[in-house]
Design a protein around this ligand. Structure first.
Ligand SMILES: *Cc1c(COP(=O)(O)O)cnc(C)c1O
Length: 417
């Protein structure tokens, strides 16, 4: 068998909360003005109370609301695929599996959290969400989700992507999203994720009918993504595997990584590996300290690995991995040694992505190529040592709207940063 499908009735009905399972508690986020721990009331202008409570919940499991499950069922459970043809290509004794999150409407894992975020806001009477998007994956996911609940969506898109990558913008508009380039007050500025967050937060706090939504980094976002790892655990068992030896995923803010990895954190034998671009090496080169999530310093200060809130990464193709900070939970796991982190160049990423496309047929997003490259390294190491390793990686998104990047690589025009 190559594809391990689950029936809809076996889909997880609760999210896996890592917070009560950590060896030591998280340090709290701090208010940007007072530098005191933030209170739920501080966050209330931005988020609905249900999400604020999830952000600090001590409950080991949190039920997924029925209306959310109904929408997730449009594409979940997602398949777990044994990459046998890639194994043959590499001539490895390792067994390689990937969890295919590219089958969602937006083509990535991001709708897993966009849907519950839209739902909890709607339940609190909010009818408009503001957000930022880099290359456009999060903006498309949130536009899809708000359309499901008949809400408005206002997306501040990093100007460089807005101008160079029209297709995700058009997808957002198909789902009724409003998309504007950021920074809004400086048409000559190519923009950054940190600046777009400032624009979206500023818009939100100026209006009573609006809240803000973030696609990664925050605890509740990673919580919603744990459906990935929960399904993968069951599917691996169905494939006859006790546990994986290693779980691998790319890390931008940490949400697809947390989603696939957190359910395996209690299994101490399972290695967990974060992969980031060498052009934005937050976990491998950043400092572990309190920093802002945005350029303007409007968000709470979070304890995380950071390259500095004003860090401007070079414009590599994995737009989803160009963030100066990282999830505080992921940062803590790396800091304490439970999770490993590696940084790789984009030349290696595209090389791996093209190998994968030729073996398995699927064309991955450049972000996703980071995880594939390290999965290939692990499979080759297993060949070297002659071990039958079980490798699991997250196929977090397809690359159908990233073909210009493939063109650059294939024609030799890509800079290998
Ligand atoms: C957004 C995105 C990422 C990076 O975000 P994380 O929160 O780190 O998961 C990675 N891959 C894809 C396909 C994305 O859309």
């Amino acid at each position: 068998m190559t594809r391990y499908n689950m029936s809809e009735s076996e889909m997880p009905s609760a999210w896996f909360n890592i917070l009560p399972r950590l060896a030591t508690p998280m340090d709290p986020p701090l208010h940007p003005g007072t530098r005191e721990p933030v209170t739920p009331d501080d966050l209330a202008p931005l988020f609905p109370m249900a999400l604020i409570m999830q952000e600090m919940s001590p409950e080991p499991w949190i039920d997924i609301p029925g209306p959310v499950l109904d929408i997730l069922r449009l594409w979940r459970p997602t398949p777990l695929v044994r990459a046998e043809r890639l194994e043959k290509m590499l001539d490895t004794p390792a067994r390689i599996y990937f969890k295919d999150e590219s089958v969602s409407p937006a083509g990535s894992h991001k709708p897993n959290t966009a849907v519950p975020q839209a739902y909890y806001n709607k339940m609190e009477g909010i009818n408009r969400l503001t957000t930022e998007t880099g290359a456009g994956q999060w903006g498309t996911a949130l536009s899809f989700a708000t359309a499901q609940f008949d809400m408005e969506c206002m997306v501040y898109m990093v100007r460089a992507s807005f101008e160079q990558k029209p297709y995700r913008k058009i997808m957002m508009e198909v789902w009724g999203g409003n998309v504007v380039p950021s920074p809004i007050d400086d048409p000559s500025n190519p923009g950054s994720l940190g600046a777009a967050i400032s624009d979206a937060v500023r818009d939100c706090v100026q209006r009573d009918d609006s809240h803000y939504a973030l696609g990664s980094v925050l605890n509740h976002v990673l919580l919603h993504q744990t459906v990935i790892g929960l399904e993968a655990r069951d599917q691996l068992r169905a494939a006859g595997e006790e546990l994986p030896d290693v779980v691998i995923a790319p890390c931008g803010g940490g949400s697809n990584l947390g989603g696939i990895a957190f359910p395996f954190v209690p299994d101490e034998s399972v290695r967990l590996v974060a992969v980031e671009p060498s052009a934005c090496p937050t976990l491998t080169q950043g400092r572990f300290e309190y920093d802002f999530g945005d350029v303007a310093g409007m968000t709470p200060l979070m304890p995380m690995y950071t390259l500095g809130a004003d860090f401007m990464p070079p414009s590599i193709h994995a737009g989803g991995l160009r963030y100066h900070g990282d999830s505080p939970i992921i940062s803590k796991l790396v800091h304490e040694g439970r999770m490993e982190a590696v940084a790789i160049n984009q030349g290696k990423v595209f090389d791996a992505a093209i190998k994968f496309a030729n073996a398995e047929g699927k064309v991955p997003a450049p972000e996703c190529g980071h995880g594939i490259a390290v999965a290939i390294d692990e499979a080759l190491a297993a060949k070297e040592s002659g071990e039958e390793k079980v490798i699991l990686f997250n196929y977090c998104g397809h690359g159908h709207l990233d073909l210009a990047a493939y063109d650059e690589y294939l024609s030799g025009r890509m800079v290998d940063v």
